[in-house]
Design a protein around this ligand. Structure first.
Ligand SMILES: Cc1ncc(COP(=O)(O)O)c(C=O)c1O
Length: 362
């Protein structure tokens, strides 16, 4: 079976380095919030050109703690996209806040900044854009609206480590950038992990307390916090992978351009525009014949996944928000047409040619 992502191959490329760092950490007997976590935080902050980064237990926790640190709480409204992974919305609900959806742009499948102003109320506290599939949302327009209305901006960068808009990395535009190191992410750990990039050191301090039981030092608890610490083993492994992230994102771009060159007919390939550096966390095509394409790929042992078949406003878990089918037609149409194809840095050209042939024949 051709997988969506070949983690075995990736491990083979870095095996010796990973085993060495795992052994070093196990020998050190410092397993939680040690030197590797601090080094990773420093490197990720500097990679993004922000003063702080704080490691946490997952991408979901990154969103949750970022919202908490910025004072988003009960009764507040947070404007976001209905076309994303469910965690984006769960984090808002954890805070007792209300997710307010706006539709997406047809081309980018990211939130449509033109829809924000109409949904702002007295309760609106923040905008939470997602850089979906590795493509930056339109942060220039989003930051302009946020400034005009004095709203916080929390970027969901779970799928977009290294993506940039006019040379500025995602996660460095808003009040917080939230990253996931889930193993299949383009910067993935060998377990769960997350990181928050933050320009304001006082917010970083709050997050550091929140991730560790509200603690401001040994057994001094200033807040009711959480247990959301990034562990040393994951940080050590991520430091190895971080060294290769630009090279690997570059390889993903090359694979994407080959797919784009070979796919023909009425297949819509991912949107690209000068100045938008997509990292192709997914290579997601659109077609009215999506299900037939999927079946044909499956018959030839090629994986493909529908991210996402049900937009969030139509999910059972958030029925209490009162949305219904038809509220966000662009997101609903995307859910009926999208198909993500195998994508990873070492994906072979011959495999891409084969996949493109199968799709073109449909
Ligand atoms: C857009 C988006 N946000 C948030 C998350 C949550 O990250 P994690 O699985 O690390 O909690 C994910 C992970 O799949 C994601 O894709």
């Amino acid at each position: 079976m051709i997988p969506m992502i070949d983690l075995k191959k990736e491990f083979g490329n870095i095996r010796d380095d990973v085993l060495a760092v795992v052994s070093e950490i196990l020998e050190s007997s410092q397993y939680i919030l040690g030197k590797k976590v601090s080094e990773l935080e420093t490197r990720i902050a500097s990679y993004h050109g922000v003063s702080n980064a704080v490691g946490v237990a997952s991408g979901t926790d990154a969103l949750h703690l970022a919202l908490a640190s910025l004072g988003i709480g009960h009764g507040d409204e947070v404007i976001t996209t209905p076309f994303t992974f469910f965690a984006t919305v769960e984090a808002i609900v954890y805070r007792g806040a209300r997710p307010v959806f706006i539709d997406i742009e047809h081309d980018t499948m990211n939130v449509d900044p033109g829809e924000i102003e109409a949904r702002i109320t007295k309760k609106t506290k923040a905008i939470l854009p997602v850089h979906l599939f590795g493509l930056p949302a339109d942060m220039t327009r989003i930051m302009t609206v946020a400034k005009e209305h004095n709203l916080k901006v929390i970027e969901d960068c779970a799928q977009a480590f290294g993506a940039a808009l006019n040379g500025k990395k995602v996660g460095s535009f808003g009040d917080a950038g939230c990253f996931s190191f889930y193993p299949s992410k383009n910067l993935g750990a060998y377990g769960d992990g997350g990181m928050i990039t933050v320009p304001d050191p006082s917010i970083a301090d709050i997050i550091k307390k929140l991730r560790n039981h509200g603690s401001a030092g040994a057994y001094k608890h200033e807040k009711i916090g959480f247990n959301s610490r990034l562990d040393e083993l994951q940080a050590g492994i991520l430091l190895i992978k971080l060294k290769r992230i630009d090279e690997n994102n570059g390889k993903r771009r090359l694979k994407a351009s080959l797919y784009r060159k070979l796919l023909s007919g009425d297949i819509i390939t991912p949107f690209e525009k000068p100045g938008m550096d997509c990292v192709y966390h997914q290579f997601t095509i659109r077609s009215g014949k999506r299900d037939r394409i999927r079946d044909c790929l499956k018959d030839r042992d090629i994986s493909s996944v529908i991210y996402y078949s049900v937009p969030l406003h139509m999910q059972v878990a958030v029925e209490f928000l009162g949305y219904k089918r038809g509220d966000f037609p662009v997101a609903e149409e995307a859910a009926e047409q999208v198909l993500s194809l195998p994508m990873y840095p070492d994906l072979e050209e011959a495999t891409i040619e084969n996949i493109a042939d199968i799709i073109n024949n449909v």
